[in-house]
Write a protein that binds this ligand. Structure first.
Ligand code: KIV
Ligand code: ZN
Length: 513
């Protein structure tokens, strides 16, 4: 293995990932994800789009101050104002990177930017050189690159490199390309752009046709040495290329894909759990690498094979992605040590204060429930990871009695102050949601209310998902509790907290570039 096969992993979970419908993270949650990504060993973290909102600016700035090894990047359109804001946020970083972009496809230039190709080329030269005067490390992206005329693309890339771009990213913005086409496109750019040896080429693939990972790998085979990707593949529409799938493909099929990354694959599972719980975006059970069934074997023939030799049906070990097989059965007699071991087996490593909070809740649950299953523990930890919410439910009273009006009275802590809300409704869940809605004003519409039992048994915890929509923005809230009504109210509050974050995110000011 030589250094020329080392692929830079650029994680955009906090930027493109956060643009997923339903996802939003508080500042504390973003910091937690950034810390986890640094421990995971990614090379670059795109921490946000600094000009998009004060929240984005603050997140980029806090992450820039905090990270020791990883490059921190902010997105910026091809405007000096965007670039100034990105640089202001990034300035404290040990390794800052400005990522500026503009569309280059005929359709985007005409319909979206309403600029001529010549104007776009001028904007590239101006924005990249302006960014490069501020920061040594400048990435330039040609949005909708895969639908750009080849000759225009070569010209644009040449200008960007000449203006000082050190990384050239060719996004498949709409998830349209195919592996062979994309590989040849990257090869042709490298071949036809006279100064291509002065930059690293990068891929950024969306998953509209389910090809994002295959396309990213093909681009690397064509000469790209940076992959932009996200944890769990979250991102705009169908998402981005999934980091864990790319990295494990390189590790597992190194005979065919002789590339390396700096990712510590044993941290994959816990990073995936963290991202899923803070964004509210559940991972599908059959998702490669990190889905609940990725290492599960149910058919008798497979189980028999596995008992004889795990290699019969497993091409990688669960341990290699940080999933340990565990036989620890947890109950009310389990102590701190066993709980910590169990958390490790499940892929969690909590700070001391988080551990104590989770342990107290585990003991509380174990008093109410005979056997505490792994799924119960996962939902306790996930609930705790959401503990930075501005609003928290601290008390409740539900009335559901024949002949009486159904009602809910809820006590909340909001920014440190206690408040009580009450409403009657068509059933206690409706009453609770009405009471809670009065706290935030506006018109959040309930799009989904879903309850499922975390485990078997009538004492199982209910896990509730609530999806709210307001002005085209959606958020997901989750919570679990042995009482379905409490879980419902908590999930609704979790969604409202996310809505408050979304409301702060105003669209960046209109511009023509
Ligand atoms: O998909 C895309 O084109 C992007 C760019 C801004 C890099 O996310
Ligand atoms: Zn994108």
């Amino acid at each position: 293995m030589t250094d020329k096969n080392r692929v830079i992993i650029f994680d955009t979970t906090l930027r493109d990932g956060e643009q997923s419908p339903g996802a939003s993270m508080t500042l504390e949650e973003k910091i937690r994800v950034a810390d986890a990504l640094e421990e995971l060993g990614v090379d670059v973290i795109e921490a946000g789009f600094a000009i998009a909102s004060n929240g984005d600016f603050e997140a980029v700035n806090e992450i820039a101050k905090r990270l020791k090894n990883t490059s921190v990047c902010s997105l910026a359109r091809a405007s000096r104002k965007d670039i100034d804001r990105a640089w202001e946020a990034l300035r404290p970083a040990v390794r800052p990177r400005i990522h500026t972009f503009i569309s280059t496809s005929p359709l985007h230039m005409r319909a979206k930017l309403q600029m001529t190709p010549e104007e776009v080329l001028e904007a590239i030269a101006d924005s990249v050189s302006y960014a490069r005067n501020l920061c040594e490390d400048v990435e330039w992206s040609c949005e909708d690159g895969t639908r750009t005329e080849p000759d225009f693309l070569y010209k644009a890339v040449e200008i960007a490199i000449k203006a000082g771009a050190t990384t050239i990213n060719v996004p498949d913005t709409v998830g349209y390309t195919t592996p062979e086409e994309y590989k040849v496109m990257i090869q042709n750019i490298i071949k036809n752009v006279p100064n291509s040896d002065k930059a690293i080429f990068s891929t950024h693939c969306h998953n509209d046709l389910g090809l994002a990972v295959a396309n990213s790998i093909a681009a690397v085979q064509g000469g790209a040495r940076q992959i932009e990707c996200t944890i769990n593949g979250i991102g705009e529409r169908a998402g981005n290329a999934a980091l864990e799938e790319i990295v494990m493909a390189f590790r597992t099929r190194n005979d065919m894909l002789p590339y390396t990354t700096g990712v510590v694959t044993e941290n994959i599972t816990r990073t995936s759990h963290l991202v899923s719980s803070v964004t509210g975006l559940a991972v599908q059970n059959n998702k490669a690498i990190v889905g609940a069934n990725a290492f599960a074997h149910e058919s008798g023939i497979h189980q028999d094979g596995m008992l004889k030799d795990a290699g019969t049906y497993e091409i990688m070990t669960p341990e290699s992605v940080g999933l340990k097989k565990s036989s620890l059965v947890m109950g009310k007699h389990s102590g701190r040590h066993a709980f910590r071991e169990k958390l490790k087996d499940l892929g969690y490593e909590l700070a001391d204060n988080e551990f104590m909070r989770a342990f107290t809740e585990f003991k509380d649950l174990a008093d109410r429930k005979k056997t505490v299953y792994d799924e119960d523990i996962i939902s306790i930890v996930d609930d705790n990871l959401r503990d930075n919410d501005r609003m928290k439910i601290t008390g409740w009273k539900f009335v559901c009695e024949k002949g009486k009006a159904n009602s809910a009275e809820l006590e909340l802590e909001i920014d440190g102050e206690t408040k009580t809300v009450f409403s009657e409704g068509n059933g206690p869940v409706d009453a609770a949601f009405k009471a809670l809605r009065s706290l935030v004003g506006g018109e959040p519409h309930l799009q989904l209310y879903q309850v499922h039992a975390v485990t078997r048994g009538t004492d199982a915890q209910a896990e509730v998902t609530v999806r709210l929509e307001e002005d085209g923005k959606t958020v997901n809230g989750h919570a679990a509790h042995t009482d379905t009504l409490v879980a419902s109210a908590k999930a609704y509050v979790n969604a409202l907290n996310k809505l408050l974050v979304k409301r702060e995110k105003t669209a960046p000011e209109e511009m023509s570039a």
